[in-house]
Design a protein around this ligand. Structure first.
Ligand code: DGL
Length: 271
């Protein structure tokens, strides 16, 4: 067991590159905090896998990060959050922050009509984790559309172009017609597609990014638990991948810019 100190880094985990949107939001909101990011790219995507399989992979990755001595764990993946959230809170003696509850809360505040759209992976849709998160809120109707191709586009580094536009129209136009006023980007890959999503759905629909909301929750948790660095400092970022470090660096930089550096490979897990 590790003693948690303010000096320890934050552990951030995703199936692949999507969690980098959370890492970037964390960097914006908590620039003085060190971070260790683990992308399970060798086993991504998670969104097309069964919940028990996602659960097994996610717990392996979270155990690995917890063992490195991080001060908080951020599950920067909706599919993984859907599969492990309850277990993870009980399993670790450090704060565990997910993407689902903060995004669901923000969507309720943002929506005037109570008609909220959710786009996500098949795994997140099947788990009904957002339905559960919103179940106790009166007057909310959640309309869920899985968008499986979106993750493939992002993992290939594609964030624009005709093919993506057509996929976005197929997924989003029926949602627009359903009269939603708020749309949860319920997959951490999707903020990288916010341009095309907003273009198709229309800017009268408020987009709620699970990445942004999760970063706010991390800030609040560190502040409340006295775990935040308060003096000015330059943070260290470490990136780990279960797949190819070259690929991770290449796509990571294309999507997120120069802060993706020093990528190391983790060999521990069976693929
Ligand atoms: N970024 C992950 C999420 O938020 C899913 C990507 C995947 O399918 O691996 O659900």
């Amino acid at each position: 067991m590790h003693v948690t100190t303010t000096d320890a880094p934050i552990g951030v985990f995703d199936s692949g590159f999507g969690g980098l949107t959370v890492a970037r939001a964390l960097l914006d909101q908590l620039p003085g905090e060190d971070m260790v990011y683990l992308g399970d790219t060798a086993r991504a995507p998670y969104g097309t896998k069964s919940i028990p399989e996602v659960r097994e992979y996610a717990l392996e990755c979270l155990d690995y990060l917890a063992e490195t001595g991080v001060k908080a764990l951020v599950i920067a993946c909706n599919s993984a959050s859907s599969a492990v959230l309850r277990d993870a809170r009980e399993r670790y003696d450090i704060p565990v922050i997910d993407v689902i509850l903060p995004a669901a809360r923000r969507a309720v505040r943002a929506s005037k009509s109570g008609r909220i759209g959710l786009i996500c992976t098949e795994a997140t849709a099947t788990s009904a984790s957002y339905d559960d998160a919103l179940a106790a809120v009166p007057g909310v109707e959640l309309i869920t559309t899985p968008c499986p191709l979106f993750v493939d586009f992002v993992e290939a580094g594609i964030t624009g172009g005709e093919e993506l536009l057509h996929a976005a129209q197929d997924y989003l136009l029926p949602l627009r017609e359903s009269g939603i006023d708020t749309l949860i980007l319920g997959c951490t890959h999707y903020p990288l597609l916010a341009g095309v999503i907003s273009y198709v759905i229309g800017d009268d629909v408020t987009l709620v990014s699970s990445a942004e909301e999760c970063a706010k929750e991390v800030f609040a948790t560190l502040a409340d638990q006295g775990l935040m660095h308060t003096e000015p400092r330059t943070a260290t970022l470490r990136f780990l991948t279960t797949g190819s470090p070259e690929l991770f660096t290449g796509i990571g930089r294309r999507l997120m810019g120069g802060f993706v550096d020093q990528v190391e490979q983790v060999y521990t897990f069976a693929t």
